[in-house]
Structures are given as C-alpha cells and as structure tokens.
Write a protein that binds this ligand. Structure first.
Ligand code: NDP
Ligand code: OXD
Length: 310
C-alpha cells in the first residue's frame, strides 16, 4: 500500500518539494505520495518545518517518524506531544551554503574589507592584514556545519580551534571540548564563529564573562542561533570595543524587530537568517533514504537526541 507523507511546512516551501520529493521517493523505490492534507491516522511520515498549523502530534498515531527540513530542531524537539522519532536535516547543499557564508564573512573580517567598502574618506591609510596563518579562528560547534566551516578555514591556512560537547580529533584543527575547553577556545579567537544548536546547555554561551575572555577587538559571526548570545552583553562589549564587530544571522525574535538596536549599531551586520538553507535537490534524497531505511527496518539517520536537544 502506498505510504502517506504529510508535508507540514510553510507554504513558500511547497513549490520546491511537491515534485522533487516524489521524484526522490520513486528513485528510492518507494511507493509513496506527498500531501499537505491527510487524516492524521493515515499519515506514515511527517516532513516538517516549523509552522503554526501542526503543533500537536498526538493524533498521528501511525506516523513512524518526523523528518525535519531544518537542521536546528529547538522548535520541535521539546514538544511533549511528539512521541515519534525525530530526524534533523543533514543536507550537503545546506552545509555548502553555510561554508560559503562563514568563509565569506571570516575573510571579510580577516582582510578588513569593511574599511574600504565604507571608504577611507580621502585618507591614504595603509593597514596590511596578517597572513591567514597568523590569524586564529575559533568555531564553536563541530557538527555537520561547524566541521565543514572549520575545515574549509583550516584549508585556507587559518589557525583553527574547534569546540564541541564531546572530545573530537579532526585533521588540521585544534579540538577542545566541554566547559573547560571553552575558555581556551575563546581566549585565542581573533574571529569567532558560533555554530551550536539552541539547547538548555548552549543558551547565553556568549555572555559578559565569556566575551571578556576573547582578545580585545575580536569579531564574531553567528549563524547558529540567537539564543547563543546574551544580546545586552554583546551590545556592551561592542560599545566598549572589547568586541570589534559582529555579523548576526539569527536572533531571539525573528524577524528581528524594527526597533532592535542591532539594526542601527555601527558595529553590527544583520543578515536575515540567510546563512544557509536546506536545498530541495539534495535534501529530498536524504528524506527518501531515511524513509527507505525505516521501511526496511534499518536505523534512521540523523536521529535527534531528545535529552541533549539536538
Ligand atoms: P550538529 O548537531 O551536527 O552539531 C552541533 C555541534 O554543537 C556538535 O559539535 C555538538 O557537540 C556541539 N554542541 C552541542 N551542545 C554543546 C554544548 N553544550 N557544548 C559544546 N558543544 C556543544 O548541528 P549542525 O552542525 O547541523 O547545525 C548547527 C546549528 O546551526 C543548528 O542547530 C542551527 O541552529 C544552525 N543552523 C543555522 C542556519 C542558518 O541559516 N543560520 C541553517 C542551518 C542550521 P558534539 O559534536 O560533541 O555532539
Ligand atoms: C535550520 C535553519 O536550522 O534554517 O535549518 O536555521
């Protein structure tokens, strides 16, 4: 019998998936149909991105898994009605997009590009950047996205430190972990990239105390989540020149409210949660493979650890 996949995601995403996902399912040898409307008890899988319509998973008594289109699952993982296995998105297209965003903004900071883009006002003022080997970059989070960014930066020649919850060994990176590793990771961060998930343990990772550990004038790129940063502490650190500049893609409230001080702060670049997006052409294969596995009784890929929250 044909499997029923409920597509529960914002309207704007439908056009990217309505043909691509059925094509990927067919390629994976699955007899399945994708719909935006089905009787809950008839649904076998839920393809999900945060939306206001589906907040109670209780009626989906036969759903075998919820497959997130997002990598970050903080909006769904704590939902007490969700008893089905939850898989987060690990998509090669998403990862490449994040790599490009992070490398671009790190290079912009490294080369001091803003000085010239904003103009020197007629002053022939030479500031020569150091070579990349003499610039330290720290990446908080060494998961799917942190790792591809950290490795790309190391391949360019930056001295890269990475930080994660559990110990890791990754070629070309100085890997630190756990609460003790954080102080060391921050203390060398000329440029800091934050790619942690939003969990109880990661909220306010950057606060007045931890920002003070960074080299004076350090620059921050945050495509992770807004909750990683205590906003008042960051604004104070920018105003005192402890932090030189911040590029922020994600915020506690999105869209970022029009009156938020970040919009007009001279040392903040706001990007509207565009660092990386799941790409349907690659993500549909990931979803189809997970459904194939589930139907074959094989373990699901990218299962969320509900206890850890990511
Ligand atoms: P992963 O789950 O693959 O990686 C998370 C990393 O964070 C892991 O290295 C993990 O450590 C580490 N981590 C988690 N908790 C802690 C902790 N308490 N202390 C130290 N390290 C911790 O996630 P992804 O790399 O796929 O994605 C990261 C985040 O990027 C997403 O959760 C999302 O918030 C954000 N994102 C933003 C996008 C954007 O457009 N702005 C797009 C997509 C994602 P360990 O390896 O030990 O488990
Ligand atoms: C994600 C995101 O988590 O877009 O995938 O932020």
């Amino acid at each position: 019998m044909s499997l029923t996949l409920l597509f529960s995601a914002p309207e704007r995403l439908w056009s990217s998936y309505e043909t691509a996902l059925p094509t990927a399912l067919e390629k994976a040898g699955l007899d399945a149909h994708l719909t935006r409307d089905a009787a809950p008890e008839e649904v076998d899988y839920i393809v999900y991105a945060p939306n206001d319509t589906l907040t109670d998973f209780t009626p989906y008594i036969n759903a075998k898994a919820v497959l997130s289109l997002w990598a970050g699952v903080e909006k769904i993982a704590p939902n007490p009605t969700l008893t089905q296995p939850l898989c987060r998105m690990v998509d090669p297209g998403l990862a490449l997009g994040m790599r490009d965003y992070v490398v671009g903004h790190v290079m912009r900071y490294h080369l001091g590009m803003d000085r010239h883009i904003h103009g020197l006002n007629g002053k022939w003022d030479h500031v020569t950047p150091p070579l990349v080997k003499d610039r330290s970059v720290t990446v908080l989070g060494l998961g799917e996205l942190g790792q591809i960014c950290a490795t790309a930066l190391a391949q360019l020649g930056f001295a890269v430190t990475g930080w994660s919850r559990r110990p890791k060994e990754i070629d070309g990176l100085n890997c630190l972990h756990g609460p003790d590793g954080l102080a060391q990771a921050l203390s060398t961060a000329d440029i800091l990239v934050t790619l942690l998930p939003d969990t109880n343990a990661t909220q306010n990772t950057l606060n007045a105390d931890t920002l003070a550990l960074m080299p004076k004038g350090a620059q921050i790129v945050n495509p992770g989540r807004g909750t990683l940063i205590d906003d008042d502490a960051l604004l104070a650190a920018l105003d005192s020149d402890q932090i030189g500049h911040a590029t922020l893609d994600v915020f506690r409230t999105e869209p970022l409210p029009a009156d938020h001080p970040y919009w007009s702060h001279p040392k903040v670049t706001v990007t509207p949660h565009i660092a990386a997006e799941t790409r349907a052409d690659t993500a549909c294969d990931v979803i189809a493979e997970n459904i194939r596995r589930s139907e074959a009784g094989e373990p699901l890929l990218h299962l969320v650890n509900r206890h850890a929250g990511y």
